[in-house]
Design a protein around this ligand. Structure first.
Ligand code: HEM
Length: 534
C-alpha cells in the first residue's frame, strides 16, 4: 500500500535501488586478433596505439560516394541494407563521414562483441545533442537518453527493478491481458466494418495504439481507451509525434545550427517533443491527482510503475516526467512493428501459423487466457518472435561512443570519444551466421527441430550463430529497459490473436519491405484478413 504525502512516500516502498546487472551472454567467439578486453588498461593501450592502425587507415566511402548511395541509389530510408552493401565493399570495419558524423562501422558479431566489451561502466549510445538542446530549451531535466555517465546510471538503477526483474514483470500480465482483450475487440470491430468483413487495412497503425495502451497501463495502472472506437486525441497526438520526432531526428543533426531558422526540421522536432512531453505530463498529472484523492480517502494506491518511481525518492519529479515520456516513447513502435511483421509472415506461412495455433491451443484449450506460466510452455511462440526480431530488428543499427576507454579492435586503435555504429541488421542477416538468412524459419530457434535435423540434431551450423549476431534488445547494462515487458506484451498478444483468428494476407497483397526511420518499420501498410477460428 502506498500513500503520497511526503512522509508516506518516504516511509513506504523505499525500495532499494539495484544496480543494472548485465545479461550474461556466452563469451564471444573471438579469434586471436579479436580478443575481448573488458577493463582495458588505458595506459598500456595508449602505448600500443603507436603500433596499431588508426581511424585514418580505415577504408570507407567519401562524402560524395555516401551522398550517391543515399540519394541517387535510394538508400536514404534503407540504411539497414546499406550496412550489407558497404560491408561487401569495404570489409567488416569501415569509416563513414557525413556532415558532423565521423563513424566507425562494425559489421561482424566478433567486432560488435569487442566494442560492447570495451564500453565501460556507463555506456553511451550516440550523440543526442539535439535531444539535449530541446531539454535545455524548455528547462527540463535530463532523462535516460541524455544524462551522462553516473547520472544515467542513477536513473537507470531506479527503473530496472520493476521493469526488468523476472520476478516482477509477471505482475503486469493481468493488465496486459486486459489490453490484449481490447485489441481483440478492435480487430473484431475493424474487420466487421471492412468491405469483405475480414480485413484490417493497416495492422501496424492499430498495434501502435496497442503498444501505447500497454505501456500506459503498466506505468499508470489505468486504461486510456486507445483501442476504443473513439481514440483519445492525446493518444493520436503522441503517436504522430513519435513518428515526426524519429523521422526528423537525424536530419536535425545533419544540418548546421544556422539553418534552423530557414529549414523546417528543427521546428518540427521541437513541436514533436513538446507533444510527447506534453501528453506524458498530462497523463502523469492526472494520475497523481487521482492517487492523491485515493490517499486522502484512505484508499490504498499500489502496483503501478509511476507510483513506484515517485515513492522510490531516487528521481526528482521532473526526472520522473522525462523518464515516463521516454518509456512511453519506447513502447509505441517497437512491440507493434514486431507484432505486425510476425503476423505478416504467419499469414503467408500456413504451416508456421498452424503450428503456432496448435501449440497455443494445447497449452490453453478453449481460448483460456494465457498466464505467464503458460507462456513458458510455448517455445514455438517465442521462436516466432525471435525469428521476427532477427529478420526485422527494431533497432537495425545501434551505437556506442567510447567515452571512458580507448578501444582496440583487432589491429586498430581508437581514441576515447570515437562513435561506433554496430551493424546489427547486417549481422543477423549474415548467411555465415544463419542458414537461409532471408527466410522466416522459426524452427531455427528450436534446437532439436531445426530443418535438416537428424535424430534431434540440427543440420550443421543451423543455430550455431555467434551470440552477438542476434542481440535485438542490446546487451549489457545499457540494454533495453523494456525488454521483459515487451516480450510479455508480444507473447500475450500473438497467442491470443492465434486463439481467435486465422490470419491471411489480402488477396494480391504486395510484398512489404522494411524501411528505416531511425527504427525499422514497414514501408507500406500491412493489410491482413482475420477469419474467426471455429
Ligand atoms: C520489440 C521490442 C523492443 C526492442 C526490440 C527494443 C530494443 C531496444 C534496443 C536495441 C535498445 C538499445 C540498447 C543498447 O543500446 O544496448 C533499447 C533501449 C531502450 N528501450 Fe527498448 N526495445 C523494445 C521495446 C521497448 C519497450 C516496450 C520499452 C518501454 C517500456 C522500451 C524502452 C527502452 C528505453 C527507455 C531504452 C533506453 C535505455 C537506456 O538508454 O538505458 N523498449 N531498446
Amino acid at each position: 500500500m502506498m500513500g503520497f504525502s511526503a512522509a508516506a512516500r518516504r516511509a513506504l516502498l523505499r525500495l532499494s535501488v539495484l544496480c543494472a546487472r548485465p545479461r550474461t551472454l556466452p563469451a564471444a567467439r573471438a579469434g586471436p586478433e579479436l580478443r575481448p578486453r573488458r577493463n582495458l588498461n588505458v595506459q598500456a593501450t595508449s602505448s600500443k596505439a603507436g603500433k596499431l592502425k588508426s581511424i585514418d587507415d580505415l577504408p570507407g566511402p567519401s562524402l560524395s560516394t555516401t551522398l550517391y548511395w543515399l540519394f541517387v541509389k535510394g538508400y536514404a530510408d534503407k540504411s539497414h541494407l546499406l550496412q550489407g552493401v558497404q560491408r561487401r565493399l569495404y570489409g567488416p570495419i569501415w569509416r563513414s563521414r557525413f556532415g558532423p558524423f565521423d563513424i566507425v562501422n562494425v559489421a561482424t558479431p566478433e567486432l560488435i562483441a569487442l566494442v560492447i566489451q570495451q564500453e565501460g561502466r556507463y555506456p553511451r549510445r550516440a550523440d543526442l545533442s539535439h535531444w539535449q538542446e530541446y531539454l535545455d530549451l524548455r528547462g527540463l531535466a535530463y532523462g535516460l537518453h541524455v544524462s551522462p555517465g553516473p547520472e544515467w546510471y542513477r536513473i537507470r538503477s531506479a527503473l530496472n527493478p520493476k521493469m526488468l526483474k523476472l520476478q516482477e514483470v509477471p505482475a503486469y500480465a493481468p493488465i496486459i491481458n486486459q489490453v490484449v482483450g481490447d485489441l481483440l475487440h478492435r480487430v473484431e470491430f475493424l474487420r466487421s466494418r471492412s468491405q469483405d468483413q475480414a480485413t484490417v487495412s493497416d495492422m501496424a497503425a492499430e498495434l501502435y495504439k496497442f503498444g501505447f495502451e500497454a505501456v500506459s497501463s503498466i506505468l499508470f495502472e489505468t486504461r486510456l481507451g486507445c483501442l476504443q472506437e473513439e481514440i483519445p486525441r492525446d493518444t493520436l497526438r503522441f503517436i504522430a509525434a513519435v513518428n515526426t520526432m524519429l523521422t526528423v531526428s537525424d536530419t536535425v543533426l545533419l544540418f548546421p545550427h544556422w539553418s534552423r531558422g530557414v529549414l523546417p526540421f528543427w521546428k518540427r522536432f521541437v513541436q514533436a517533443w513538446d507533444d510527447l512531453y506534453g501528453v506524458a505530463q498530462t497523463l502523469i498529472d492526472r494520475r497523481i491527482a487521482e492517487m492523491d484523492a485515493q490517499v486522502s480517502c484512505g484508499e490504498p494506491v499500489e502496483g503501478m510503475y509511476l507510483a513506484y518511481l515517485l515513492s522510490s525518492n531516487t528521481l526528482s519529479r521532473t526526472e520522473v516526467n522525462i523518464t515516463v515520456t521516454e518509456l512511453l516513447l519506447g513502447g509505441v513502435d517497437t512491440t507493434s512493428n514486431t507484432l505486425s511483421w510476425a503476423l505478416y509472415h504467419l499469414a503467408r506461412d500456413r504451416r508456421a501459423q498452424d503450428r503456432l495455433s496448435t501449440e497455443v491451443n494445447s497449452v490453453c484449450p478453449d481460448r483460456r487466457e494465457p498466464t505467464t506460466d503458460d507462456l513458458s510452455r510455448m517455445p514455438y511462440l517465442k521462436a516466432v518472435i525471435k525469428e521476427t526480431l532477427r529478420l526485422y530488428p527494431v533497432v537495425p543499427g545501434n551505437g556506442r561512443v567510447s567515452s571512458e576507454n580507448e578501444v582496440v579492435l583487432g589491429n586498430y586503435w581508437f581514441p576515447k570519444g570515437t562513435q561506433f555504429h554496430l551493424c546489427h541488421y547486417s549481422a543477423c542477416h549474415d548467411e555465415a551466421e544463419f542458414v537461409d538468412a532471408e527466410l522466416f524459419v522459426p524452427e531455427r530457434w528450436l534446437r532439436s527441430e531445426a530443418p535438416g535435423s537428424v535424430c534431434g540434431r540440427a543440420a550443421p551450423n543451423f543455430y550455431q550463430h555467434h551470440p552477438y549476431s542476434f542481440i535485438p534488445f542490446g546487451v549489457g547494462v545499457r540494454a533495453c529497459v523494456g525488454r521483459r515487458v515487451a516480450e510479455m506484451e508480444m507473447y500475450l498478444a500473438l497467442s491470443r490473436l492465434m486463439q481467435h483468428y486465422e490470419v491471411q494476407p489480402e488477396p494480391g497483397a504486395p510484398v512489404v519491405e522494411p524501411k528505416t526511420r531511425t527504427l525499422l518499420i514497414p514501408a507500406k501498410p500491412i493489410a491482413l484478413r482475420f477469419l474467426p477460428r471455429a
